[in-house]
Design a protein around this ligand. Structure first.
Ligand SMILES: [Zn+2]
Length: 155
């Protein structure tokens, strides 16, 4: 009987030791400021996602302008896809409903649009947005252009 009680007592002691240890660890983590550094990391990740998205939109807009220029120089009066060219400024006489309906046609994210448009400009015109130049042929483009995205040109 006594030995069982002792065992229970021991279990209780172990439990409370573990609980205390956990509490101390938590306190130490708080003191080291790990909570803060994790949220800083999250903030940075969020911030760089926002930055990437912003750059994507900037690049997309520049690609759309280049695409319109190159298409028109090549004798095309219409874009292959409506969003390949910069969106026309909204006309004041247009109904709000019509404009919204038009905008809903495009369901791709800016980064998806950018990669499709980049592929089109490279294939069709051997044009690289980030090199800022047109190549004579696909061979010289492959040799001189580091890749089909912004990161490749940053290095
Ligand atoms: Zn390039």
């Amino acid at each position: 009987m006594i030995s069982i009680e002792n065992e229970q007592l021991n279990n209780l002691r172990v439990l409370s030791r573990e609980r205390k240890a956990a509490a101390i660890l938590r306190r130490m983590e708080r003191m080291r400021g790990e909570g803060a550094s994790i949220s800083t990391q999250e903030f940075r990740a969020h911030h760089s996602r926002q930055r990437r998205l912003k750059l994507c939109q900037v690049d997309l807009h520049r690609s759309q302008k280049s695409c319109q220029q190159l298409d028109q120089d090549g004798g095309h009066s219409e874009p292959v896809e409506s969003w390949f060219w910069p969106p026309p400024p909204p006309k004041p006489e247009e109904e709000e409903g019509e404009r919204v309906a038009e905008e809903e046609e495009v369901e791709l994210e800016a980064d998806e649009q950018l990669s499709i448009l980049t592929a089109y400009l490279r294939q069709e015109y051997r044009y690289c947005l980030w090199c800022g130049s047109r190549y004579d042929d696909h061979e010289s483009m492959a040799a001189e252009c580091p890749g089909d995205n912004r990161e490749a040109h940053d290095e």
